[in-house]
Write a protein that binds this ligand. Structure first.
Ligand SMILES: NC(=O)c1ccc[n+]([C@@H]2O[C@H](COP(=O)([O-])OP(=O)(O)OC[C@H]3O[C@@H](n4cnc5c(N)ncnc54)[C@H](O)[C@@H]3O)[C@@H](O)[C@H]2O)c1
Length: 331
């Protein structure tokens, strides 16, 4: 893909995936103009005690593009984006926390704001590449396949509603639209998601603190499709030139257990701490086995996952250690 002279909007660009995308363009397509839109964190929390938005300036340290601060729920804030004429919109801004139960704000932020952004994309004739989620599947049988969803919480429901809206728009408008259902993503720049950061990072920091890794009971059988950030970025870039607009799974196609994450981390960090097993408080809203069907993603996006769990953790460990030393210990 040639992004020379292209104008690119990344909503949620101060968050985990959005900031990684911003840096991908900065490093690989320096002649593209990248604009980040994000509300950043304010200190406000939801009922679950977690921050309402996780965007953090440290994710954008070194980013040289323009940053627009605003709320995707605010028409006035979105109007600031109309000064630009974007070619691509990567829509990552959302309530990304799967444990938020406030249905009203979840639906407003994830669904209604998406429609406003689709309207903007239509006006600007921009391609829309947006973040859906493996949470649309809940506990639907593996391999999870587009068309067989069963969300287990309002977050998954809101993402499925986005996909349904996207399909309607694909039919009614001549606009490239690609929804990417990320499975469990891990890697650099997720630290500021606090307790909602991946378990790879959280276990890593428990181990570095010399604590027993705390796993849910039966963690050798709880399996997920864990995907390294570089493969998620690959899928986003390939989605800029899809053979077909659509909704696609973005995973590795392999299910791995939480126990395996701990075992690989201990090997990389040279520890042998005993694990502690605790009851799972999320039973009923929790995914026990996810494994993405990625055949259509291969066929229509040319996507091919490149990073195994072993390789992803190996690449990530120096950053896990750096964060531990610079952020955790000094806290
Ligand atoms: N990380 C994963 O494992 C994963 C899995 C599936 C789907 N997703 C989806 O991918 C996208 C990016 O997720 P992430 O992991 O980078 O999460 P994140 O929370 O780090 O990023 C989301 C960003 O959106 C911003 N934001 C939140 N509400 C906003 C609002 N009202 N207006 C403007 N900005 C707002 C936040 O400040 C944050 O920077 C989200 O849509 C998420 O639902 C992530």
């Amino acid at each position: 893909m040639d992004f020379k002279g292209k104008k690119i909007l990344i909503t949620g660009g101060a968050g985990f995936i959005g900031s990684n995308l911003a840096f991908w363009f900065q490093e690989n397509a320096p002649e593209a103009e990248v604009v980040v839109f994000d509300s950043f964190r304010s200190g406000e929390t939801f009922d679950n005690g977690h921050l309402k938005s996780f965007g953090h300036y440290k994710n954008l340290m070194g980013f040289t593009g323009e940053i627009v601060t605003g709320d995707i729920n605010s028409p006035e804030d979105l109007a600031r984006l109309r000064d630009f004429d974007f070619d691509y919109i990567f829509h990552e801004a959302a309530i990304s926390d799967t444990t938020v139960n406030d249905q009203q704000i979840m639906m407003r932020t994830n669904l209604n704001a998406f429609k406003d952004l689709l309207e903007m994309a239509r006006e600007m004739k921009a391609a829309m590449i947006y973040a859906s989620s493996g949470a649309t599947y809940g506990n639907a049988p593996a391999p999870q396949t587009v068309g067989r969803e069963d969300p287990a919480n309002i977050y998954g429901f809101s993402k499925l509603a986005m996909d349904r809206l996207a399909y309607k728009w694909m039919k009614e408008n001549d606009l490239p639209i690609v929804g990417l259902r990320y499975f469990n993503v891990y890697g650099p720049r997720e630290y500021y998601k606090d307790k909602t950061a991946s378990m790879v990072l959280q276990f890593g920091h428990q181990i570095l603190a010399g604590q027993s890794p705390r796993l849910f009971e039966g963690s050798d059988k709880i399996q997920r499709d864990f995907i390294y950030i570089d493969d998620v970025i690959q899928a986003n870039i390939k989605a800029c030139d899809p053979k077909r607009s659509g909704v696609y799974n973005v995973g590795t196609g392999k299910a791995r257990s939480f126990q395996e994450i701990v075992d690989i981390l201990q090997k990389e960090l040279g520890t042998d701490l005993p694990c502690e097993y605790i009851p799972n408080p999320y039973v009923g809203q929790y995914q026990f086995f996810t494994q993405a069907d990625i055949e259509p993603t291969r066929e229509y996006l040319g996507y091919e996952p490149e990073v195994s769990l072993e390789e992803g953790i190996r690449r990530y460990v120096p950053e896990i250690v750096r964060l531990y030393e610079t952020e955790v210990v000094s806290r």
